[in-house]
Design a protein around this ligand. Structure first.
Ligand code: BG6
Length: 488
């Protein structure tokens, strides 16, 4: 970023969970790395009637809790960027106050004002309307960052988009999916399109099936107000997992230009076979965590988490099977699963290859050859290719060999997804943000599942917290020899 670029950053929902866990730590790291402009002003908009000291106390607490490498001696410098604004999201007077502080005399005119909507999806629309009424709209130099889920189903997403476009130009809108800021997710493109041998086998002729897993050890934490309405399908699968799927399955784009990439991703989403109503249960399974043990600690079940409605059937785990009906993927199942309160935090793409056409070693002690795998761990940034080699010795015996390598060299610093994406917003680069047709097609794919589940309100399978989900999850798999692969 150019040194003299002046940027104002407004966080709606500054005292919320997303802000504490992701935004504030990311801004802190950018500051420490010298990537945040010295004169950047950050306005934390929250409901609580706090004075500056109280806000700073809160900020310190959250940084201590959630920021890796937090150093108290940096706190004062970081704090200088912040102003706390007490306000109500639905209250015009709060926006008048916001305008007043943003255009405070004596401060230079900003090149851009970024509004980050780290709030409940139900509040997106009112905030957009209030901002527009307060004079931030099409002609202004402001940018709006909208968190997922964008809408709660297809219809509401279309409506939300229409409303947004009444007030803002597409170039001002940054629909964020922080998984696209993860280094390893972008690395999928390099892995596939910079390595000829890989791309040659990346199709239905060689691949038996694909698994995409995002597992978390955390539970719902203090987000039941939002999560109990959303569930894992809306919260994770419709966005993060679908984005990973598009990168695994897309054709090479003509260039890396933002729209060239997005066009290819949309083609994948459009090619996903829609699931007929009667086949929903063969393709999708939901479950909820019960009490259990995670990391040696007893944890309550979802039903006993604070804020969860009684007898809620909200899913904290979902497993879905999709088919992509195009030349490359026809007939190859893509299994996606995500869950909370699993034994570990891990995300991965696991590619299983087909069996060799001939069981050449049948008459030897080897008997049967297991298929090869490529395992990409998004968490540990590891690439693992499993092949078979002969065991040294007289006998014809075989053993698996793991060609295992880390993407990151010692000493190479990890850039958090939010850090990367916040920098992009400041610099006006939209390549890693989502175009509306991506959102729309992803909703089209999951909508039939949501509709069916919304009619089945009296029962949900449970799994003990601290396990890899319900045993029934293999039900959606096509063949007996397919199983969920755990990649740590
Ligand atoms: C968010 C979801 O988008 O992603 C959360 O709303 C989830 O429920 C989080 O915990 C996981 O993100 P990460 O980067 O920690 O894998």
């Amino acid at each position: 970023m150019e040194e003299h670029c002046i940027c104002q950053f407004v966080i709606f929902g500054a005292t919320g969970d997303l802000s504490s866990r992701k935004l504030l730590p990311a801004l802190y790291h950018l500051q420490c790395a010298g990537r945040m402009p010295e004169d950047m002003r950050i306005f934390a908009f929250g409901r609580r009637a706090w004075n500056r000291e109280e806000w700073e106390e809160f900020l310190r607490g959250q940084l201590e809790r959630f920021t890796e490498g937090y150093r108290p001696e940096h706190f004062r410098r970081f704090c200088r960027h912040f102003h706390y604004i007490q306000g109500e999201l639905h209250e015009p007077a709060s926006y008048a106050e916001l305008v007043r502080v943003l255009t405070h005399k004596g401060s230079d005119r900003p090149d851009s004002t970024i509004f980050y909507l780290a709030i409940r999806p139900a509040d997106f629309l009112p905030v957009i309307q209030q901002l527009s009424a307060a004079g931030f709209s099409q002609d202004s130099d402001c940018r709006i960052v909208i968190e997922k889920p964008f809408g709660e189903d297809l219809e509401s997403a279309v409506q939300l988009n229409e409303h947004l476009h009444r007030h803002f130009r597409e170039e001002q809108i940054y629909r964020i999916d922080h998984y696209l800021g993860k280094e390893i997710v972008q690395n999928l493109l390099v892995f596939r399109f910079a390595n000829l041998p890989i791309e040659t086998v990346w199709n239905r002729n060689y691949i038996d099936h694909v698994q995409i897993t995002v597992a978390e050890d955390l539970g719902v934490e203090n987000r039941a107000g939002y999560y109990d309405q959303a569930g894992a399908l809306r919260d994770m699968l419709q966005n993060h997992l679908m984005q990973i799927l598009t990168l695994v399955a897309m054709e090479p784009p003509p260039s890396l230009e933002a729209d060239a990439l997005r066009d290819e991703k949309v083609k994948v989403l459009r090619s996903i076979r829609s699931i007929p109503k009667i086949a929903i249960h063969a393709h999708a399974l939901r479950a909820q965590y019960g009490p259990g043990t995670v990391d040696g600690k007893n944890v309550p079940g979802y039903q006993d988490e604070p804020g969860v409605t009684r007898n809620s059937v909200t899913e904290t785990y979902v497993a879905v099977k999709f088919y992509i009906d195009n030349w490359r993927w026809r007939g190859v199942p893509f299994y996606l699963r995500t869950g909370k309160r699993m034994p570990a935090k891990t995300s991965s793409v696991a590619i299983r290859f087909r069996h060799t056409p001939q069981q050449l070693f049948q008459e030897t002690p080897i008997e049967r050859i297991e298929p090869n795998w490529i395992l990409l761990s998004l968490e540990t940034e590891n690439l693992n290719i499993e092949i078979h080699v002969k065991e040294p010795g007289l006998e014809m015996k075989m053993r698996p060999l793991q060609l295992n390598a880390s993407y990151r060299r010692d000493g190479e610093k990890e850039l958090d997804a939010y850090e990367a994406l916040l920098l992009d917003v400041m610099e006006g680069d939209r390549a890693l943000f989502i175009r509306f047709d991506e959102v729309e097609w992803a909703w089209r794919v999951v909508d039939p599942i949501l509709k069916t589940w919304s009619r089945e309100m009296d029962y949900i399978i449970t799994y003990p917290a601290g396990t890899w989900g319900p045993e029934e999850a293999t039900r959606i798999m096509d063949k007996e020899d397919q199983y969920w692969r755990i990649v740590l």
